[in-house]
Design a protein around this ligand. Structure first.
Ligand SMILES: Cc1cc2nc3c(=O)[nH]c(=O)nc-3n(C[C@H](O)[C@H](O)[C@H](O)COP(=O)(O)OP(=O)(O)OC[C@H]3O[C@@H](n4cnc5c(N)ncnc54)[C@H](O)[C@@H]3O)c2cc1C
Length: 413
């Protein structure tokens, strides 16, 4: 490995995946994390591995849909009002990328990454032998209205032309498969290849594997500055000492803009705050994870049910809004009436790292010769974490991104 001594900043799913793959290819890896492992957005999420999510966030029609939600205090989409020019710039760029041409390019990219991402997950899960609850039982999208169900069918047809297998189920067929589903459910579409895992256990597994290969993981260690010389980062200033690595990887999720500023570069990552409610040992069993038409996911873990949703452009704000928390449970109960009676044991929030063109930031960061960015995976960091880590390990070795450089470049804005 060229430049063996690698520091990864951030111990979310991206940082740990990078650490694992880089250590596997022979690097001396240290991960520095300002809080605890998984304390960003990587542990309380829905844990879905979703090759069926092949559309970018900015897409034709999305602005109209978002405007319809933004004034609804319980809506799935929101913007935390603030006077911040970088938010305004982000929104304008997002609007610019919500066009057909960009959408088509992004779909092609995600089809490729999703397929590789699933293969990586299947390989790792086979080696892990059930340690983090990986299962590939498909993902069932549910609809309350016939009109939306018909739209869902059209999307599934588009997906099937791209090799994404799905099954259309009537309302009664949904209730046969999932007896907890209510009478209002008009129908469902099951994406057969999708999978799920328990995110906190997955992070623990990645951590163990990286450490087994010699990686060091330092929690409560925040990077607050960099020393630079002649187009290279020569040192990282952390709250627990100075590090002088050969190469640096930024896997800092929603904080990537802040860390970018320390390096004097613009990395337009906005926090898309999401919420999860975890109900322990509920009397409500599901055979497979669900996505409700209101952009709510329901993940059945062995001892818990987790309901996730909401995307509020919030910067780094972590406030929990009671209306959105209640709204999430109410929306889930419209499809699964049994959810009404449950009390969440944990209410969690996390910041999805969102980039205005909906694509990850992955590649070498100009003007530095030894800094790589791996961030901006918005709603798909669990799905694409492993494949991204594998690509970063290649880049650390001086190899190319195999045709993806331009689209994913962190210098593209
Ligand atoms: C409600 C919800 C549900 C979701 N469901 C899914 C799903 O089902 N499937 C899926 O694929 N994705 C899902 N996601 C998205 C997924 O969680 C994210 O894409 C993913 O967690 C991003 O990982 P990350 O490693 O980039 O960021 P993070 O997990 O946020 O990690 C970044 C880390 O960097 C650290 N850090 C930041 N700055 C510094 C610094 N200066 N020094 C040291 N450390 C620093 C932070 O403390 C943090 O731990 C969901 C997200 C949410 C919010």
């Amino acid at each position: 490995m060229k430049g063996r001594d690698v520091i990864v900043i951030g111990a979310g799913v991206l940082g740990l995946s990078v650490a694992y793959h880089a250590a596997l290819s022979g690097a001396d890896v240290t991960v520095v994390e300002k809080a605890e492992i998984g304390s960003g957005s990587s542990s309380g999420n829905a844990g879905l591995v979703v090759p069926s999510f092949f559309e970018p966030l900015p897409s034709p029609g999305v602005i109209r849909e978002a405007l319809g939600q933004v004034l609804d205090p319980e809506g799935f989409f929101g913007i935390r009002p603030r006077l911040d020019p970088s938010l305004l710039r982000w929104l304008l760029q997002f609007a610019r990328f919500s066009n057909r041409g960009h959408y088509t390019k992004a779909v092609n990219l995600f089809l490729r990454l999703n397929e590789e991402g699933l293969e990586d997950h299947l390989r790792m899960a086979a080696a892990a032998g059930g340690q983090y609850g990986f299962s590939q039982k498909g993902l069932l999208f549910l609809f309350l209205s016939q009109e939306r169900f018909d739209e869902g069918k059209r999307k599934a047809e588009r997906g099937s032309r791209e090799g994404i297998a799905s099954q259309v189920l009537s309302g009664d067929e949904v209730r046969d498969q999932e007896p907890g589903a209510g009478e209002r459910v008009a129908g469902g579409i099951r994406y057969c290849k999708d999978a799920m895992l328990q995110p906190a256990l997955f992070l623990q597994y990645l951590r163990n594997q990286a450490e087994r290969l010699g990686a060091k993981i330092l929690s409560k260690t925040e990077v607050y500055g960099f020393r630079k010389n002649r187009g290279r980062v020569t040192a990282l200033l952390t709250t627990r000492g100075v590090h002088k690595p050969d190469q640096v990887v930024l896997a800092t999720g929603a904080w990537t803009r802040t860390v970018g500023r320390l390096l004097g570069v613009n990395l337009p990552v906005e926090g898309g705050k999401g919420i999860s409610l975890t109900f322990r040992n509920p009397q409500l069993a599901l055979r497979q994870p669900l996505i409700l038409d209101e952009h709510v996911a329901i993940s059945p873990f062995p001892d818990a049910l987790r309901v996730t949703g909401v995307l509020e452009l919030a910067g780094l704000d972590m406030t929990l809004d009671p209306a959105r928390v209640d709204g999430l449970q109410r929306k889930a109960a419209a499809y699964l009436p049994g959810v009404n009676a449950l009390q969440p044991e944990e209410v969690w929030r996390g910041l999805r790292p969102c980039v205005p063109d909906g694509l990850p930031l992955l590649g070498r960061l100009r003007p530095y010769g030894n800094v790589i960015v791996a961030s901006g995976h918005d709603t798909r960091g669990i799905s694409l974490g492993l494949v991204t880590g594998r690509y970063v390990a290649r880049m650390l070795n001086g190899e190319s991104l195999q045709g993806l450089e331009k689209m994913l470049s962190p210098n593209r804005f």
